[in-house]
Design a protein around this ligand. Sequence first.
Ligand code: PBG
Length: 325
Amino acid sequence: MFPQERPRRLRQSAGMRRLVRETRLDVERFIYPVFVRPGRGEQTAISAMPGIFQWSVDTLVNHCRSVYETGVHAFLLFGLPSHKDAVGSEAYDPEGIVQVALRALKEALPDAVLIADLCLCEYTDHGHCGILRGGTVDNDVTLDVLARAAVEQARAGATMVAPSDMMDGRVGAIRRALDENGFNHVPIMAYSAKYASGFYGPFREAADNAPAFGDRQTYQMDPGNRREALKEVLLDLAEGADIVMVKPALPYLDVLSDVRRSVEVPVAAYQVSGEFAMIEAAAQRGWLDRERVILETLISIRRAGADLIISYWAPEVSGWLGGLG
Ligand code: PBG
């Protein structure tokens, strides 16, 4: 019997393939992460992240302006403070690095979506994502500090705050604090299913947030757990999250797909520093076709269910896609 079905019929030409393609990438769903540090005129390279830099506020504004022109209009801000201490006080200091950067970006790009990563790990001298009590991260004490930092970020012009610390109850605490301080219009994008991942390796240098002892396995999720991701997502939604996130992206596409099917809110995926670095490293050696695999990973993330994609390649990919549609 000759086959009745011949799927190859629809693969014959680029035009036909484009016509029946189920998933496409578009620039509007990209979020570009940026790192801001003290000083002026700074552009500091990050060794494991070629093409990504730590910027001072002045150079960051110029960089974001040119990225904005490529069609990428959403930015996720990470700060490298001038001062670290046990409670991460620069995270909630109105003159802290991210708050200063937010005010400058808000003025330069009033229509940009400025998302403030909300976590203490860059600001604490021990590098953990919360306040330490008796050698461990104390969940409930940390909530007060996160809530305070969220309010300062909103005051400085953050369009949205993005808690990435994985403390229990933080979305509810942040929501309450924002509402009580006149920021009930500021959404929360929760890093809901954030795994304790080796793929954050290069980020440790980029954001100078390596823990001084131990690791983050007592608060970030175990890579073996799939159902637990839904539990985390549903808890965050019950506490008031507007957008939920899965992180990292490529090693957790099953989780992304589960989450997409289970909730109605927008779902974000974070293509993290290690996902970026491994492709850059292989491409540098000529082992992979860089552009092709970057686009393939992004389409996979989109196909698995991401509405928003956080990627260090966002500006470059926007160029490949022809900018705004
Ligand atoms: C924590 C945070 C991390 C990343 C984003 N927010 C690192 C961590 O949890 O160790 C990782 C992002 C990346 O690797 O690109 N504030």
